[in-house]
Design a protein around this ligand. Sequence first.
Ligand code: WT7
Length: 638
Amino acid sequence: MSSPNAESVPATAPAAPEWFRPSAEVLQHAWVKDYDKVYKRSLEDPEGFWSDIAKELEWYKPWDKVHEWNYPFAKWFVGAKANIVHNALDRHLKTWRRNKLALIWEGESGESRTFSYYELSREVNRFASVLRSMGVKKGDRVTIYLPRIPELPIAMLACAKIGAPHSVVYGGFSVEALRDRILDAESKVLITADGGYMNGKVIKLKEIADEAVQKAPCVEIEIVVRRTGQPVPMEAGRDLWYHDLMSLPIASPRCETEQTDAEDPLFMLYTSGTTGKPKGILHTHGGYMVGTYITLKWIFDLKDTDTWWCAADPGWITGHSYIVYGPLLNGATSFIYEGAPTFPYPNRWWSMIERYGISVLYTAPTAIRGLMRFGEAWPGKHDLSSLRLLGSVGEPINPEAWRWYHRVIGRGRCPIMDTWWQTETGMIMITPLPCVALKPGSATRPFPGVEADVVDEKGNPVPANTDGFLVLKRPWPAMMRTIYKDPERYTQLYWNKVPGVYTTGDSARRDADGYIWVIGRMDDVIKVSGYRLGTAEVESALITHPAVAESAVIGKPHEVKGHAIKAFVVLRPGHAASDALVEELRAHVAHHLGPIAKPEEIAFLPALPKTRSGKIMRRLLKARELGQAEGDTSTLEE
Ligand code: WT7
């Protein structure tokens, strides 16, 4: 099967020779001790399975029906009323967890802030009251553009509390990406900060936000969190300081939680696809709550004694589900670190694991590969004995990185949960549980209740060890409900490619033991350092530069990043290729789309290869770049 981005680098092993079986200690601790039994039951009686889990949480009103399926539109816990914040915060205040730490935060420069469940819910209530008194109502979309500081989860939870769907835009995105997302959501309120810290440098978020808002006139109010203290322009009548608002009587710590419907929107999160226009992936209160709650609990075997660290950014789905909602739903202690893994030295992560006694670390292969480069001495200096479980997410983990993570960080004791999922799935879908035997590089088996398969174009399962489309064959509670304002595209993109099933966009193979090996994206999506970017987005940013006539972008295998962006550019007449222009174009993309989208390499071409119907053949560019066979070029224009 030919696909533009299908190979992962270093290549995923087809079948690893070694098995890693759970130790007696791990098994004894585990919530689920027999995967096969639980999995079997979940598929035979999905309604019973999911409703038993849902009953572990509190509902204002129970459901009339567990599940309704109007292909491809699903509803879960139909007729029920529940607010995720009631379960993430309110309900814990009635228990001993009231005084347990909900969040521990460490800033890049070393300062730390902690919030008990009581303190966090008080902050959330106060900010929710502020938003309400400013006129934000149930259903209003609020855009959040903040660095990795406690005010980010506080703002998310405050919105959810009053039933206002949040749209978090990752702080590493820039003007155009932010503007497009604000416009699509039609947000009247934008929450941002004077700046953020990354790698010892200040990221000027307010400057970017202001530029975006100039082109997004729907924004009436900008709420600005003071993080760096550097002077920023405040526009009278539009911009308000968060701390000023929080010192007013309107910031009441008493704030009633909106009794939302299970199917009311909780948030949208924009993600990249095959076109330049980002898709607003919509998730709801009820199903998402059940899915994130149980996946975190079972996969990472979460207990009240844990200090959980998901090292992602809250601005991505991983952070939504497993820094903010999942941990709080479980009454866990969630650790958040603001900055770069190597700041000021490459032992920063290991030092924090030791100092905070982190027991479960969940991160991405790109971070592991990045830290691996600095050698074993850095982690070797630290006591990592608090760790009992490790996790990986975002891209395939190559067996070398897996083994290093297992041996050097987990000291050979900690199983690695390689979790496959997507912004669209809301929750982890293919993953081991601690009781499942592991093979390095394989995400192993579907989570209970999830039916995954590897099929051909017609939907027929392919034989073992053969590449195919990774598909999901039945709905699950945390699935996206639609693309915001675009149900047609939702149907077309996800449910119309292979008959009757959800197409993930990934290729995979299944080995003789039934273990799934995810290979990579089959569409024009590139995973750069675990971040998801569309080739079209980068191309659109490039052609806004006056020197660029046309461009084509591919993902090129990269040792640490997994894939790096390579752009091919055709210049307009009167412009000449030069190293200076390469740098200018890279900076241009960083300014428009964000530093994460900056091309690693730019090459100038006299023309791009196109089909006779005018489509750019990125596949061909990629094959040439990698010195691979060019495949079918019969449609290539002269
Ligand atoms: C894509 C989704 C939701 C997690 C963060 C990424 C790739 C994700 C794995 C894994 C192999 C993985 C897939 C998927 N991916 N996890 N464990 N093994 N590939 O969410 O940004 O929506 O990206 O990430 O290609 O389709 P996302």
